[in-house]
Design a protein around this ligand. Structure first.
Ligand SMILES: Cc1cc2nc3c(=O)[nH]c(=O)nc-3n(C[C@H](O)[C@H](O)[C@H](O)COP(=O)(O)OP(=O)(O)OC[C@H]3O[C@@H](n4cnc5c(N)ncnc54)[C@H](O)[C@@H]3O)c2cc1C
Length: 441
């Protein structure tokens, strides 16, 4: 009997009955398993922490689950060079804590940090809150070890900052969602741990676009700016109502978009002064209506809790449809207005909440309840119809998996999809790795 937890990812949808679970403890064991599956044409569902929301890790009919959870060792930590090599099954939070204890920082951070695995983070090219400063997982990967469908092993992971000897197979694996190979080990570059952080919540004036505020903050705060997260008014209200923030906001926030801003630096007083100066100027200019600045790390956590209340918000509108749309920040305000209007016409019973990593052009939405496949499709069609094809993305962050597959051609050209299929066939000719995900073939 297969334990319940292996049967779906965070999206909760089931796609069939798997035939078994394999929990290999070494790269060699992963290679052996894949060799056997490949020889017999047996399909494999690759699983990390199952916090993905695109259905990629959820097993399908007749698939054997390959869980990487036992490859959970930190294998090497170069404390002088700032490089860590870890097994794919290490939890993101464990990696973060390990390096922070030694004065280093792994800058990828997502709400699922306590459950997601670094192999899953690599496979989805995870983003998160600090992409505006540090980029996606791709920007932290130096090299990977990965097992191909026929059991051959790519590796050991490159650890050099510069290495142009041939193709970067690691770059190919990042974001391939378990369809091209199984990541078993990763080498990451770290950055020195910023000694101090400050968090502020800003109420944005109605006539100011989020991209204008972002520009002003970037110019004034420069490399100190480490997060810029926007929440539209419904989201803030709902987060305060259902969330765990445990704080209220001043009246100036009512009905306004809120931006969660984080800065980091080397000196507490200097950073505080820099932030205060920036916020004062923006209030004087009429760009901001109100601000709350954290006075302690507990206070900062309460502000972050508003942004991270998405799980509680989703729980109130199940079954919901989630979006992680990619479009430039100057399109966000117009898009949210148009989307709310269209949703009110087409599916009036559903609620919608918009928020996102505006700093990196990534707008999230959750819409629900959408009880039937028709409702779901109606919502998807409504939102995607407002996005110009090819210059926007149907998935900026979470990946295609199963849920966004039918919309891939809105963001990738026919030639690109053909090239992706050529790669898939070259590396996995029997199509055993995560079949039915990302590409139809
Ligand atoms: C509360 C919450 C907040 C989130 N916030 C963010 C966010 O801010 N940014 C973001 O990008 N995502 C976010 N996510 C989505 C999710 O956490 C990420 O996609 C994460 O990187 C998935 O890691 P995982 O280990 O759980 O992978 P899984 O869900 O197990 O798998 C995801 C995909 O990767 C493949 N895969 C997993 N491990 C491997 C491996 N070792 N080798 C090859 N393929 C593999 C799977 O087959 C599947 O296709 C969030 C999710 C939740 C629940």
């Amino acid at each position: 009997v297969i334990e319940e937890r292996y049967l779906n990812d965070w999206s909760g949808t089931r796609y069939g009955t798997p035939v078994g679970v394999e929990l290999p403890q070494s790269t060699g064991a992963v290679a052996q398993m894949l060799r056997t599956c490949n020889a017999h044409g047996r399909p494999v569902a690759v699983q990390g922490g199952r916090t993905g929301v695109s259905g990629g890790a959820a097993p399908g009919e007749g698939e054997t689950i390959l869980s990487l959870e036992r490859l959970n060792q930190i294998e090497d930590f170069d404390r002088l060079g700032g490089i860590i090599v870890a097994g794919a099954g290490v939890l993101l939070e464990d990696l973060q804590r390990t390096v922070e204890a030694e004065g280093w920082f792994f800058p990828v951070d997502i709400g699922a940090r306590g459950s997601c695995q670094i192999g899953g983070n690599v496979a989805t090219n995870a983003g998160g809150s600090r992409v505006v400063k540090y980029g996606n997982v791709r920007d932290s990967v130096l090299g990977l070890e990965a097992v191909l469908a026929d059991g051959s092993v790519l590796g050991p992971p490159n650890r050099l900052f510069k290495n142009n000897a041939g193709y970067s197979m690691a770059s190919l694996m990042v974001g391939s969602e378990g369809t091209l190979g199984v990541v078993t080990r990763a080498a990451f570059r770290l950055v020195p741990l910023p000694p101090v952080r400050r968090t502020a919540l800003l109420a944005v004036a109605p006539n100011v676009g989020v991209e204008e505020l972002l520009f002003e903050c970037r110019c004034r705060l420069r490399e100190a700016l480490s997060a810029f997260e926007v929440m539209w008014p419904d989201y803030v209200d709902e987060a305060l109502r259902v969330g765990t923030a445990g704080r209220s906001l001043p009246g100036g926030f009512a009905g306004r978009r809120a931006v969660l801003l984080e800065v980091e630096g080397g000196n507490d007083v200097a950073l505080g002064d820099e932030l205060e100066q920036c916020l004062m100027e923006l209030i004087e200019a009429g760009t901001l209506v109100d601000v709350v600045v954290s006075s302690s790390s507990r206070d900062a956590a309460a502000l972050w809790a508003i942004r991270e209340s998405v799980g509680e918000i989703q729980a109130g509108i199940r079954p919901y449809v989630g979006f992680d749309l990619g479009m430039s920040a100057d399109a966000h305000d117009g898009f949210v207005g148009a989307a709310k209007e269209l949703l009110a016409q087409r599916i009036p019973h559903a609620k919608s909440f918009f928020f996102g990593h505006a700093g990196d052009g990534n707008l999230h939405a959750v819409v629900g309840p959408c009880a039937t496949p028709e409702h779901r499709e109606c919502v998807e069609e409504a939102l995607y119809s407002l996005m110009p094809p090819m210059v926007t993305s149907v998935t900026a962050e979470h990946g295609v998996g199963r849920k966004k597959k039918r919309y891939l051609a809105r963001s990738r050209s026919a030639d690109e999809i053909r090239a992706m299929k050529t790669l898939k066939r070259a590396l996995d000719p029997n199509l055993i790795l995560n079949p039915g995900r990302v590409l139809d073939m």
